[in-house]
Design a protein around this ligand. Structure first.
Ligand code: NOJ
Length: 499
């Protein structure tokens, strides 16, 4: 009788990999973060700066995408003004100081300092702005962590093809070289690209985001390949010309849902992780380099079946594999949520497409607590498992959590955000206690901001900003007070202390 009940229960709820549905996680081991561990917050230029054409800034593909097409953004908005950090950085600084943030991850808008993307045409006012930001952060003992590219390509470079053209390798590394020259004396943590998955899949595959290139299963892979080459070239350039003097670190930020299997099938999980994370992580952080062998093999096979002369995802080849392999001092991880995976029974997506190549069905548990956005569920176990996966599969590479956060409608009394932060920060601590080499955590986001296609309808900020006011004051939400306490105590305070 009991075995029957157990059998039914396992059938309904999966085996041990079943993930708890209450946004909590047990604490394991030390209750304090190591002294060197660093807490901060993150933002990106287009989402907060505003001043889209102020003081000589040139247009980016996001300016072009939103201007004159309000129907493309859910509330008809754009990033023209956003939280106005270009004009009001002082307010961000006050918030950072109030939190006690040890670092601030922000991105540089390429077109603010090189309006056409061409490094021979500088815009001094844009350079002055970022010098001011960096200097003020440092005066306040807040380490600048700089993302070089957070989706806002100069329109002028998109005209050459953007990431679909191998020209981007030099265009990007020339830009990066200027950044090292301009700011590298003070910036010691660089992130080349934020979320290549989004840049390439949404921009050049499915094509629902700028630059709207629809070439699934082809354009996305061309973009990944060029982007990895641009990243590798930039890393080598820094090592050759700047590293000795500037002594900074360079990484890349990848986004990943952790993937669980309800049936505990590790092959399913490993294959899915190879496509979703490995496509970018393996060429840079694995011992052998190049794309994951299984991905290369499977896409080559499908390409032959499609009657092509060569694979839609060719190997990077010996020359580039050598440049790209090892071209990261750390891996940046944007973790928000998880999914269950199982192999699809029918071919998925159109032919060809990455969806069809991957052919994995992703699922959620309807009991998982969901945020305002339909893709975010609170699964701290996924973060702990992901960090262990990186420890085991990628030789305990240094990991910086470059984003993690909860989305709602902007309420000041944001208990669910506190629950999310509490459990995810605990997951990071558990992973560290289990030998994972995680060195920093950035909460997304410092302030409410422009959430891309969702405009201002979805809010991630620790500080609320009324986008309609001219003052754009930063008002701390309850979660800001909680995070301040996390930073001050280097621990995961109980939630109740706020009542
Ligand atoms: C990751 C992106 O880097 C960021 O720009 C975005 O706002 C958050 N995800 C939330 O969707």
């Amino acid at each position: 009788m009991w075995s029957l009940i157990l059998f039914v229960a396992i059938g309904l709820f999966g085996s041990e990999s079943f993930v708890k549905a209450n946004c909590t996680i047990e604490a394991k081991g030390n209750l304090k973060f190591p002294k060197k561990f660093n807490f901060g917050v993150a933002t990106s230029a287009y989402q907060i700066e505003g001043g889209w054409n102020a003081d000589g800034k040139g247009p980016s593909i996001w300016d072009e995408f939103t201007h004159n097409y309000p129907e493309r953004i859910i509330d008809g908005s754009n990033g023209d003004s956003a939280a106005e950090s270009y004009r009001l950085f002082e307010l961000d600084l006050q918030a950072l100081k109030q939190l006690g943030a040890k670092h601030y991850r922000f991105s540089i808008a390429w077109t603010r300092i090189f309006p056409t993307g061409d490094v021979h045409l500088k815009n001094q006012k844009g350079i002055d702005y970022y010098n001011m930001v960096i200097n003020k952060l440092r005066e306040n003992k807040i380490e600048p962590m700089v993302t070089m590219y957070h989706w806002d390509l100069p329109v002028a470079l998109q005209k050459f093809g953007g990431f679909a053209n191998a020209l981007i390798i030099d265009q990007f590394s020339d830009y990066a070289e200027e950044l090292f020259k301009l700011f590298g004396d003070r910036v010691k943590t660089w992130i080349t690209f934020n979320e290549p998955n989004n840049i390439c899949k949404a921009g050049y595959g499915t094509g629902y985001a700028p630059p709207l290139i629809q070439a699934p299963g082809v354009g996305d892979y061309i973009c990944f390949t060029n982007l990895l080459k641009a990243h590798g070239t930039t890393y080598r350039l820094y090592q050759k010309k700047f590293a000795k003097k500037q002594k900074g670190k360079i990484g890349i930020t990848l986004d990943i849902f952790y993937l669980f299997s309800k049936t505990n099938n590790t092959d399913d999980v490993n294959r899915a992780m190879d496509y979703n994370l490995g496509l970018l992580a393996y060429p840079i952080f694995s011992k052998s380099g190049d794309f994951p062998p299984i991905v290369l093999k499977e896409i080559e096979k499908s390409s032959m079946e499609e009657g092509r002369a060569k694979s839609r995802l060719p190997s990077l080849g010996e020359y580039w594999t050598k440049i790209i392999k090892g071209s990261g001092d750390f891996i940046g991880i944007n973790y928000y949520t998880s999914r269950y995976v199982k192999p699809a029974t029918e071919p998925m997506g159109e032919n060809p497409s990455m969806e069809r190549d991957i052919n994995i069905q992703m699922d959620v548990d309807p009991n998982w607590p969901r945020a305002k956005a339909d893709w975010v569920y609170c699964i701290p176990q996924g973060l702990e498992s992901l960090l262990k996966y990186l420890r085991d599969e990628y030789n305990n590479v240094e990991v910086k959590i470059t984003e993690n956060g909860w989305v709602d409608s902007g309420e000041l009394n944001d208990d669910n955000r506190i629950r999310y932060f509490k459990s995810h920060i605990q997951a990071v601590l558990n992973a560290i206690n289990d030998g994972c080499n995680v060195t920093s955590y950035s909460a997304w986001s410092l302030v409410d901001n422009f959430e891309w296609l969702q405009g201002y309808t979805e809010k991630f900020g620790l500080y609320s900003v009324n986008m309609k006011s001219t003052k754009k004051g930063r008002i701390p939400k309850k979660s800001a007070l909680y995070y301040k306490k996390v930073i001050a105590t280097r621990s995961v305070p109980v939630f109740e202390y706020l009542y």
